[in-house]
Design a protein around this ligand. Structure first.
Ligand code: TXA
Ligand code: MG
Length: 326
């Protein structure tokens, strides 16, 4: 079922059932983070391996601090600037966070989502919510309630509909080593915004699928139709005669059917491009195409996270190896 009934969502979550929730980044598949039964169901419904840990969502900085044993100065600086918002902090966990949530790691990933419905939901619960993106493991993250219905509708009792996600990219994941600030996943908060507060950061290539064995899975965030990155004009020439879908940043390609073209932002706006990226990929993936072609954006601002997702969605081993080099 899909709707906007907060009370029903609360009832289900209190009964350790799962509810899909809207956030400003992508939709999450939520359950009581302190209850092992609920957390196990999340892994089962997503078909997600248990070595891939979950982000814990809460409603305030005070609450967030009750789940950790340490809160470095830089973490506080970032939290005050970007929470609620698309920022996830990796911090040493207290014992009350089950090991299943963190896949055995002593660190827990914590975030305060900025979506009025979900914030209201979290405020009315006396436990935090573990929530990965609400897609089957390995597929593109959902940015509308309808995306969730299409893939998980039969498997969960309720989808809280909060409209289309404002940011459209997952949160930026940040960790700390002494004074150092490390970005593990590029996301909705641009690296430049983080650096303006804490100085130079380090980028650590992050395998969503398995922190212990990076690159074990060939691709992530992946559509079914092969996605090839490069110069779109050249790729169109190379794949002439095939049914091709195009994902461009700004340009229109009059020689192809408009139904097969997604232009992320005609004005070249990164935020607009981010908002349209996953829905665009899903749309093209739903057509009966032979191949999708896409171009990288300038490697700055949200362009970095968009490029990261495009590379992960593309099929070649080489494109994966280029991840997070910039
Ligand atoms: O924007 C988001 O972060 C969305 C919304 C729903 O909040 N959530 C999301 O969750 O993208 P998920 O599970 O699809 O991606 C979370 C990533 C995974 O790659 C996981 O490996 C990493 O965060 N992660 C979670 N807990 C971790 C931990 N304790 N240590 C290292 N990585 C962790
Ligand atoms: Mg995910």
């Amino acid at each position: 079922m899909i709707g906007r009934d907060l009370q029903y969502a609360i009832e289900l979550l209190k009964a350790d059932q799962l509810v899909a929730i809207p956030t400003e980044t992508v939709y999450g598949l939520a359950g009581n983070a302190l209850n092992v039964e609920a957390v196990s169901q999340i892994f089962a419904v997503k078909n997600r391996p248990s070595f891939d840990p979950l982000i814990v969502h809460t409603s305030s900085l005070e609450r967030l601090q009750t789940f950790v044993t340490d809160f470095p100065k830089n973490a506080l600086l970032l939290a005050e600037a970007f929470m609620p918002g698309p920022l996830t902090l990796l911090l040493p966990k207290k014992e009350l966070i089950p090991d299943l949530v963190t896949a055995g790691s002593p660190l827990v990933a914590l975030r305060i989502p900025q979506h009025p419905l979900t914030l209201a939901l979290l405020q009315q619960l006396d436990f935090p919510l573990a929530a990965p993106s609400a897609n089957p493991f390995g597929y593109i993250s959902p940015t509308t309630a309808q995306h969730v219905v299409q893939q998980l509708g039969q498997k969960i009792p309720y989808i809280l509909d909060g409209g289309a996600c404002d940011i459209g990219l997952e949160s930026t994941i940040v960790g700390f080593e002494q004074e150092k600030v490390i970005i593990y996943r590029k996301g909705g908060i641009p690296m430049e915004a983080i650096e303006s507060l804490v100085g130079k950061v380090e980028l650590k290539p992050h395998s969503t699928s398995n922190p212990q064995a990076p690159g074990m899975l060939q691709s992530h965030y992946a559509p079914r139709v092969p996605l090839i990155l490069g110069d779109i004009e050249k790729l169109l020439e190379l794949h002439k005669g095939k049914k091709i879908g195009i994902l461009s940043f700004q340009k229109i390609f009059p020689q192809t059917s408009p139904y097969h073209l997604i232009t992320l932002s005609p004005t070249g706006n990164f935020a607009e491009a981010a908002r349209n990226l996953f829905a665009g990929m899903r749309y093209l993936d739903s057509l009966d195409l032979d191949v999708m072609v896409a171009e990288l954006l300038p490697e700055e601002d949200l362009g970095r996270a968009i490029n990261d997702r495009l590379r992960r969605a593309s099929v070649t081993k080489r494109s994966r190896d280029l991840e997070i080099k910039a």
